[in-house]
Design a protein around this ligand. Structure first.
Ligand SMILES: *Cc1c(COP(=O)(O)O)cnc(C)c1O
Length: 414
């Protein structure tokens, strides 16, 4: 119990606004978040429940402020990873449904029930923990909804289709638990054939669920890709839902924040084009900014930063930015990435340090101490997206966004 209380205290501290004075911050656009949500809402159509995924601090955008905005725009369901996140979210969204997508761990069942969080379950012990906790709380039959995940090929979470019947039998009429949704997750949601295979496994699991004895009504399947790349996929999922007479739930994450689930590399862009994939006008929500805090002129031949990996070829103007890899600026951007200042690109010069980054501003006229610098976002005619950064450091926009650490304050704008 002491452990649980400590965990809660930690949540509260880490979710408190850190509005420091250090000039490095992330701006989160309320209007773009609402716009993206509206786009996804209309792609989903009126009969599909949208579960907006706000795990990992809303993909780095700030859990509580984003959830507040989404809830007031009509979002009814939220997806988080942990009970800790669920408890933090419950403070700002008292009426929303909150799905704990990564399930619960030992000792968390009571907190989950107390805060009306809905866990994903796939193992007998999840049910044991929840049933025992519900009993301690004198919960009536069917009062605790759960979403049962079936593993259709991701091999991450979920019960095998063959084992689902035995597991589901334990949620009987006397149980305090109620099966609300049968959930699965697609590993290649952009691929119609792979998804069809997974949907077939899903259907076989659904058929095993003792028709008529255990009822559930939500088919929870699909993420951003299933909304954005609709053509063939939509037919596959829609057909499955009709076969099961289930209501649909789709769980978009990255698209809410304005990015496509597919990388923006040339080969993927070509694939997108071939498949008629559009971005439906979604726009990046986050801009990461800092300021020039010091300027210096160095002569040709002088080096910059640890390991002297940058050597000036000409008299060079170096601007210092108060941001480093401890803020989540990937060190692989050293001598590779660039930033925007005075509407122009300035290359990162030398190694990114823990708390410092140096950029070569020789080619940008008039740079002054205090100038706003964009690490991710738009300035003048230029822009740097999380996809651009991701391509340079060989990852995906998701990681670039959630790498921005909590000490970088998130500021809601417009
Ligand atoms: C992260 C996640 C999503 C959202 O995926 P996006 O590609 O960001 O839309 C949906 N469902 C589950 C289970 C997830 O873990």
């Amino acid at each position: 119990m002491a452990l649980a209380i400590d965990a809660l205290a930690t949540v509260r501290i880490s979710s408190e606004k850190m509005t420091g004075t250090r000039p490095t911050w992330a701006e989160v656009s309320r209007s773009r978040l609402v716009h993206n949500f509206d786009v996804l809402r209309s792609l989903a159509g009126p009969d599909t429940e949208l579960l907006t995924v706000v795990k990992a601090n809303a993909y780095g955008h700030g859990l509580e402020p984003c959830a507040r905005v989404l809830a007031s725009s009509g979002a009814r369901w939220f997806g988080v990873t942990s009970v800790d996140e669920g408890v933090a979210l419950r403070q700002v969204c008292p009426e929303s449904r909150i799905l704990i997508m990564a399930g619960i761990w030992e000792g968390e069942a009571e907190t989950a029930i107390e805060h009306n969080l809905t866990p994903v379950v796939w193992e007998a012990r999840h049910l044991d923990w929840l049933q025992a906790a519900a009993k301690r709380r004198n919960t009536r039959a069917g009062q605790v909804p759960v979403h049962l995940e079936v593993d259709t090929g991701m091999s991450r979470q979920g019960v095998a289709p063959e084992a689902i019947e035995e597991l589901a039998r334990r949620i009987d009429a006397q149980s305090p638990l109620r099966l609300e949704a049968l959930m699965t997750h697609f590993y290649s949601p952009e691929d119609v054939e792979e998804t069809r295979t997974q949907v077939n496994r899903y259907l076989s699991a659904a058929e095993a669920l003792l028709p008529g004895k255990i009822s559930w009504d939500l088919m929870s399947a699909g993420s951003s890709a299933n909304l954005m790349y609709r053509s063939g996929l939509e037919t596959v999922l829609g057909d499955a839902a009709r076969t099961l007479r289930a209501r649909r739930m789709i769980r978009p994450g990255i698209a809410l924040y304005g990015y496509s689930p597919l990388p923006a590399t040339p080969e993927w862009m070509q694939l997108r084009e071939e498949n008629g994939v559009r971005d439906h006008g979604i726009r990046p929500v986050l801009a990461w900014k800092t300021r020039v805090v010091t300027l210096r002129e160095i002569p040709a031949g002088r080096t910059v930063g640890y390991g002297a990996t940058f050597q000036a070829k000409r008299p060079t103007r170096v601007a210092l930015l108060p941001v480093g890899y401890a803020d989540g600026l990937n060190r692989l951007l050293s001598n590779r990435g660039s930033v925007l200042v005075r509407g122009q690109r300035a290359p990162i010069a030398g190694r990114i340090s823990m708390d410092h980054t140096t950029v070569d501003v020789t080619g940008v006229a008039g740079v002054a101490v205090g100038d706003e610098v964009v690490l991710i976002g738009e300035q003048g005619q230029e822009k740097i997206t999380a996809d651009d950064v991701a391509e340079m450091v060989e990852t995906i926009s998701y990681e670039v966004l959630c790498d921005i650490v909590p000490r970088v304050p998130r500021v809601m704008v417009d």
